[in-house]
Design a protein around this ligand. Sequence first.
Ligand SMILES: C[S@@+](CC[C@H](N)C(=O)[O-])C[C@H]1O[C@@H](n2cnc3c(N)ncnc32)[C@H](O)[C@@H]1O
Length: 246
Amino acid sequence: MEVIHVPVMLREVMEMLSPKEGGIYIDATLGLGGHAEEILKNVKACTLIGIDRDEEAIKIAEERLRRFRLSHSMYFMKESFSSMSKAAEALGYRAVDGILLDLGVSTLQLKAGGKGFSFLKDEPLDMRMDKSQRLTAGEVVNKYPEKRLADIIYQYGEERFSRRIARAIVNTRNKKPITSCVELAEIITKAVPGRGKTHPATRTFQALRIEVNKELEELERAINSGGMPLKGSHQKGCSVLSQKNL
Ligand SMILES: C[S@@+](CC[C@H](N)C(=O)[O-])C[C@H]1O[C@@H](n2cnc3c(N)ncnc32)[C@H](O)[C@@H]1O
């Protein structure tokens, strides 16, 4: 299956980063390489450090960006972005000209089979961006205490029916484990009243994804550790961009 990710806010991102000749850039959420490609296209030569914790995405991005190999220095690393400074330092870079964080899931994670992110797919409840980590959505759904589940669904999904959904999950799993995305989506659909424009499972699935991948902790760690020192003139632009993304 060919998966194409349309990079979001491409113009804004490029305006903020404003890549310059010889610059050093970290795309800390490389995904399928859409933003990275744009950075590379905008200058004749620069250094790109592409980081993602999804190994499969890195392979696709690396292939997509191959044609820039001759003119640019490119590094691809399977890492969490909270470790970006260590990763860059290991390559010998102590400061960079720009850092991009494009948070969330990629089209690959959502649309390609077997990842367990989509409530439309009959596949195991997984949702791990990094397949080497242990915690899966299945474990959260089947093992977390009801209150913790409700809190996660409320806080990370802003779902007003969080308590009802957590109750329905616990009632079902008391009879047998909940194993598939579609099964969970049906439990949620039955638990909430009425139907709006979006699928009733949307917010709960977002909350589970954030919990499984510890997305907020990752972001906090990346911001608190300063991510990576930025060279002078780009400091302001990058901080504005990260606020927009939040
Ligand atoms: C919205 S996609 C990025 C798409 C990319 N900008 C493009 O144009 O193709 C987000 C990516 O960030 C990755 N990601 C999420 N959290 C991460 C983290 N803490 N560390 C490293 N990568 C992460 C995901 O695996 C996913 O591939």
